[in-house]
Design a protein around this ligand. Structure first.
Ligand SMILES: *Cc1c(COP(=O)(O)O)cnc(C)c1O
Length: 337
């Protein structure tokens, strides 16, 4: 049975073109910077983001943590949203790998009170550590953060001599929703982390972009973290297709998510958060005790979902069609009828 999988866009399987590209990719030993396909992909991605250099790593978590490890010294403070991926979904990695202190600042769904942000920036004294880094995330839990807000955060950080990291796991979705280029978002960060294996459909990989000096340091730190890899040209070949081709079709996923939202709104008692409807996701809750068994029911009918922090997040992607969305939401309606 082919499942309709709404758990995440990470479930997308590589396209036929990616499989063929893998087969034909030129490879070398990337620890010696000898893999021509990977070198090309890193150069291409850096330019696309308006940065000097880039480095490929196994995952988005790896990339964010490598960024923290490279930006900071042990004991430095990093300001991050309380619901950011870095603090909520990275297995407590930051204090383990970088020994940094995370300061989790409360936001209104990804938008900080900027006066509060500025007040929380610390300088080193006998009893306080220094703030070294501010992290943004765009898109943020289904919401796209506006460019003028990013610019304000960046300017506050720079005023205080801080670095800025952007977790852009779904930055192509954000750029699509904003009808702009990824380069425009990358302007407001020193480093950006970009996932290839979510909606873009590549099997593995995230790219971290930044200055030449930063990426050189990150290359050493990647080796410390066990992320030095060998014939990665096969993955870079997929990465090219992800960035050049798959990034151009994301509006279709967004439109499908809006279609799914419309169908879901027909269910009595459903609550949909209107601030999280900018990309390929619908976050919702249902005022009905039966919701706790919805995943089991849907699974028995061939639909996979992931209950999300006590409520639901359904995600559209390349491997789920409009008619499959209709089929899945009809089952949800039937269940609550
Ligand atoms: C998915 C995601 C990551 C990285 O996830 P991995 O599963 O480690 O690749 C990082 N940040 C955000 C916002 C994400 O959605």
């Amino acid at each position: 049975m082919k499942f309709i999988d709404l758990r995440s866009d990470t479930v997308t399987k590589l396209t036929k073109e990616m499989r063929e590209a893998m087969l034909n990719a030129e490879v070398g030993d990337d620890v010696f910077s000898d893999d021509p396909t990977m070198n090309d992909l890193e150069d291409y991605t850096a330019k696309l983001f308006g940065k000097e250099a880039a480095i490929f790593v196994p995952s988005g978590t790896f990339s964010n943590q490598l960024a923290l490890f490279t930006h900071c010294n042990q004991g430095d403070e990093v300001i991050v949203d309380q619901f950011a991926h870095i603090v909520q979904h990275e297995s407590g990695a930051s204090p383990i790998i970088s020994g940094v202190q995370l300061f989790t600042l409360e936001s209104d769904n990804g938008i900080w009170d900027l006066n509060k942000l500025e007040k929380m920036i610390k300088v080193r004294t006998i009893s306080t550590t220094r703030t070294k880094l501010v992290c943004m995330e765009n898109s943020f839990n289904g919401r796209v953060i506006p460019l003028d807000y990013m610019e304000k955060v960046f300017n506050i950080a720079k005023k205080h001599g801080l670095s800025v990291h952007l977790d852009g796991a779904r930055i192509f979705n954000a750029a699509t929703a904003l009808k702009t280029e990824v380069k425009e978002l990358a302007k407001y960060a020193d480093t950006v982390s970009v996932c290839l294996s979510k909606a873009l459909g590549a099997p593995v990989g995230t790219i971290l972009v930044g200055s030449k000096e930063f990426i050189e340091k990150a290359r050493y730190n990647r080796k410390i973290m066990g992320g030095g890899m060998r014939q990665v040209g096969i993955l870079a070949a997929c990465g090219f297709i992800a960035i050049k081709k798959m990034s151009k079709r994301l509006m279709e996923d967004h439109e499908n998510a809006r279609y799914m939202e419309k169908l879901l709104r027909e269910i009595p008692g459903i609550q949909i958060d209107g601030t999280q409807l900018d990309i390929n996701m619908v976050f919702f809750d249902i005022d009905d005790e039966r919701k706790y068994d919805l995943d089991t029911y849907l699974y028995s009918k061939g639909v996979k979902i992931l209950p999300y922090e006590g409520s639901f997040r359904f995600v559209t992607h390349y491997d789920v069609s409009r008619s499959e969305i209709k089929q899945a939401i009809d089952l949800v309606k039937e269940y609550f009828a």
